[in-house]
Design a binder for this molecule. Structure first.
Ligand code: HEM
Ligand code: NAG
Ligand code: NAG
Length: 481
């Protein structure tokens, strides 16, 4: 054997040894100091237990049992992958702040399949940065103060003025109507009540059911129907888009193209058609579903807290009176800023109701936190709801208590402890809009109506939030003198 052959043989052996050692390392996470926990059954792991519906004002039996057994950081096997679940406020923040460095957004494949591979919730890295810039540009404070605030009030009144006394109706449907109309107007200049808007709304309902159902793609399933609705909706947006593009190509005055998100993207970005379609669809999704649920939650919590409604009414009567005296009609940004107790009600609704309960991330490096290892490639679920309902952080977390936000109570001052809109580089870009929507809706609601539940109902986490009966309410008009 020549020296060279010997050298090759040794190299080969070293290489094989290296590969084998690496394989072992992968298969033996025992090298890591993993948090305690239970990996459950092969493949499905503990997913079924994790997704079992529970009352939305609790963290659910699965979380409660696991946290009391293993602590606030535990391992499990969820959505087909080894997972670290965190109910720890410090770790949650650490995960969100280190997006792109140690962790990365990682939603299940089924979500990508339906929202699209270019959806804002799914893309990472530079693509995410570009799309985020577009959505920020469209939700700037100056835009909120001028255009959006007006639109929000118009759409609120459009819905509230259609309510009939003494006939029960579903509050959830009404809130969805409000936020959908608003987003459809904002994104594509669609007007409420018109045939195409109503049709799009119908398709959208089917689409939503698929986002939250198991990804079984064969005829008849909710997922299959949703994929069909997805393409109908995309066709619709595409037609709108081509109309705009034509106007631009004809060299028409750029000013003439509608001043909505779609028009803005066409004028100011390089995105491909496919990317724009997914972006528009995901903004419609992100901006409509969450804020409508928040409004229904406020209606629900307030119904059982008359003292808060009373205090809200005083605050808003004051604002309305001042407007009458000055002869102004529409609400302004200054009026919005006067709604101080309303902001407490909004925070408390988001804390107690938890519209978004947990986020999907994965570790892109080996990470060490508080002595525990999180191996590269593992899924990581920061459960923001668990912190909001933690009795060691919020006093009596199972009580709806807007007054806890008055002054600066210690638990409410730490930014780790209250993250209804996520955090870090993926912090919700619509948080201010969502608060404006809630505040303006509450303003007109408490001034116009008394309301009560027409049937018992309560929010459940599936884990997406829903009222099984749609929250049936009955209203009485307040006589103004
Ligand atoms: C109360 C209502 C809302 C809640 C609770 C909420 C919550 C959230 C949360 C938790 C995230 C982070 C997702 C993640 O990190 O994986 C997020 C992202 C996002 N939200 Fe909201 N949201 C609300 C309303 C809105 C509205 C009205 C819009 C308006 C368009 C909006 C647009 C977005 C967008 C575009 C993202 C993605 C941001 C990014 O990835 O950079 N949201 N939202
Ligand atoms: C569009 O793409 C070109 C080249 O790829 C780049 O130079 C330009 O900055 C991009 N413009 C925008 C608005 O992203
Ligand atoms: C509501 O929560 C936010 C944090 O998301 C905080 O900055 C704000 O001060 C809170 N509002 C009130 C009235 O406590």
């Amino acid at each position: 054997m020549s020296d060279f052959e010997f050298f090759l043989l040794v190299s080969l052996l070293i290489f094989i040894l290296y590969v084998i050692l690496n394989l072992f390392k992968r298969n033996r996470p025992s090298n890591y100091n993993l948090p305690p926990g239970n990996m459950g059954w092969p493949f499905i792991g503990e997913t079924i237990g994790y997704l079992k519906p529970y009352s939305a004002t609790t963290t659910g039996a699965f979380m409660e049992q696991h946290v009391s057994r293993f602590g606030k950081i535990y391992k499990s096997h969820l959505f087909g992958e080894p997972t670290i679940v965190s109910a720890d406020p410090g770790l949650n923040r650490y995960i969100l702040q280190n997006e792109g460095r140690l962790f990365e957004c990682s939603y299940p494949k089924s979500i990508g399949g339906i929202l699209g591979k270019w959806s804002m919730l799914v893309v990472v890295g530079e693509m995410h940065r570009d799309m985020r810039l577009i959505s920020l540009n469209f939700l700037t404070n100056s835009r909120l103060k001028t255009q959006l605030l007006k639109e929000v009030e118009k759409h609120t009144l459009w819905v509230l003025d259609s309510w009939k006394e003494n006939t029960p109706f579903c509050a959830q449907d009404e809130a969805k109507k409000f936020t959908f109309n608003l987003m459809a107007k904002h994104i594509m200049s669609l007007d409420p009540g018109e045939q195409e808007t109503e049709q799009l709304k119908k398709e959208y309902v089917t689409f939503m059911k698929g986002v939250v159902s198991p990804p079984l793609n064969f005829p008849g399933t909710a997922y299959w129907k949703a994929l069909k609705s997805r393409s109908t909706i995309l066709n619709f947006i595409e037609v709108k888009m081509e109309e705009r593009q034509q106007k631009l190509d004809e060299g028409n005055d750029v000013e003439k193209v509608e001043d909505d998100l779609l028009g803005w993207v066409l004028k100011n970005s390089n995105l491909s058609k496919e990317q724009i379609l997914d972006l528009v669809l995901s903004l419609l999704f992100a901006g409509h579903e969450t804020s409508s649920v928040s409004i229904v939650l406020a209606i629900y919590f307030l119904e059982s807290c008359p003292t808060a409604v009373h205090q809200l009414r005083e605050e808003h009567e004051e604002i309305a009176k001042a407007k009458m005296l000055s002869g102004q009609k529409d609400l302004t940004w200054d009026d919005y800023k006067k709604m101080e107790f309303t902001q407490c009600v909004i925070n408390e609704t988001l804390r107690f109701g938890n519209v978004v309960r947990f986020l999907h991330r994965k570790a892109i490096k080996d990470v060490r936190y508080k002595g525990y290892d999180i191996p590269c490639g593992w899924k990581v679920l920061p459960v923001i709801a668990a912190v909001h309902l933690d009795p060691t952080i919020f006093d009596q977390p199972h009580v709806f208590d807007p007054w806890r936000w008055q002054g600066s109570v210690p638990a409410t001052t730490s930014p780790n402890n209250f993250m209804p809109f996520g955090g870090g580089p993926r912090l919700c870009t619509g948080s201010e809009l969502a608060k404006v929507e809630m505040a303006i809706f509450i303003h007109h609601l408490v001034l116009k109506y008394h309301w009560e539940l027409a049937d018992s109902d309560q929010p459940f986490a599936y884990p997406y939030l829903d009222f099984p009966k749609g929250l049936p309410i009955r209203i009485r008009r307040i006589k103004t003198v």
